[in-house]
Ligand binder design. Sequence first.
Ligand SMILES: [Zn+2]
Length: 116
Amino acid sequence: MTKRFSRRESRGGGRRRIGLLEIDAEFSVEKRKARDLRHSAWWKEKISAGTCYYCGRTCKPDELTMDHKIPLSRGGKSEKINIVAACKECNSRKKYMLPTEWDEYLKRIKHTDGEK
Ligand SMILES: [Zn+2]
């Protein structure tokens, strides 16, 4: 998904506060970096482990997606330290939830999964 967030969406309802032009330019750099990382051996190794960073579920490598722990929209960077493998479910939840809702979700799944 490379589509940019539409301005209207960012304004309506206050779901997400993105859409500043300067940030867009910065995003594209970070997105390119993320793309490069996706081709790296580091990433391939990460997904071959097959574990979702968030819910800890085991997934097939092709079911894991690259996720920024701190989203680019919140100032996160495309650096290894900020990039994790997430299952599609967690990834899409994260996309559609407010940051606070996402935090709640993480707390909830950590609770049910317990310690390893
Ligand atoms: Zn997950």
